[in-house]
Design a protein around this ligand. Structure first.
Ligand code: BTN
Length: 243
């Protein structure tokens, strides 16, 4: 894949910008990387806001895939793994809160927002990564930033380059080896494994013990009634054990 880099001093949202300029960016075998120093209206999953202060990472990858690409259902997990591996090499053992949040000691360090849409005869993908890097967390006790974990500032431009490099390497690995090796690392580092969680899928709530990941990457829950459920999307909440 050819890489085009676009950096802006400020943007409302790197995902938003990538989507509104997609026609100018997209071409098969090209990935455009959009980054900004300051993101004023970052978007999170389920319409939530993503606060990204100066010094933090806001990066979107814009590219197209064939409609039948086997990668499509695994994009968010592939990016989680890219972040997980980078953190691991920095000496940080993160957990992956399925499908695509990175937690350290139970606190959120990074989130991923993958948006897909039809684009000509292909699928357009805008995949955004937000990570708390150099700005200390002030107002959100459920979040953590790299500077608090490493006790030093991280070179953002190097981090961006390393993540893009890892993303390209992961695409190649996926092409060669498929989802199976990815599944193994994802499952081994899933947050709340063996613990009780509630998963919200639309209006429905599923409660059970988080068992792992299926060969397709679905979340496996075992209910109290010993029923096994496979979920392909949703938001999980950790349930504290009672009694
Ligand atoms: C989440 O945790 O809900 C996902 C957060 C994703 C935030 C990133 S920051 C870069 C990109 N641009 C956005 O507006 N959002 C994503």
């Amino acid at each position: 894949m050819e890489v085009h880099l676009l950096h802006f001093p400020t943007l409302d949202s790197t995902n938003g910008w990538a989507k509104s300029h997609f026609g100018e960016l997209a071409s098969p075998n090209v990935v455009t990387v959009i980054t900004t120093d300051v993101q004023t209206h970052g978007k999170g999953r389920y319409g939530r806001q993503w606060v990204s202060k100066p010094g933090n990472l806001a990066l979107s990858l814009a590219f197209t895939l064939a409609g039948d690409s086997p990668l499509l259902p695994h994009l968010a997990q592939l990016l989680s793994l890219v972040l997980w591996e980078w953190l691991y090499e920095e000496g940080i053992e993160a957990k992956i809160k399925w499908p695509n949040d990175l937690l350290v000691k139970g606190k959120k360090l990074a989130g991923i927002l993958v948006e897909t849409f039809s684009y000509q005869d292909r699928i357009g993908v805008v995949a955004g990564i937000g990570m708390n890097v150099n700005a200390p967390i002030e107002l959100y006790p459920e979040s953590v930033s790299l500077v608090e974990l490493l006790a030093k500032q991280t070179d953002l431009s190097l981090l961006r380059k390393q993540l893009v490099h890892r993303f390209l390497a992961s695409l190649e690995r996926f092409e060669n080896d498929g989802f199976a090796p990815m599944r193994k690392t994802l499952e081994a580092n899933l947050a709340y494994r063996g613990e009780r969680v509630c998963c919200q899928v639309g209006e429905d709530l599923f409660v059970g013990t988080l068992e792992g990941l299926s060969t397709q990457g679905a979340l496996i829950l075992k209910t109290k009634e010993n029923r096994t459920i496979h979920l392909t999307s949703g938001q999980i909440t950790h349930l504290r054990q009672s009694g």
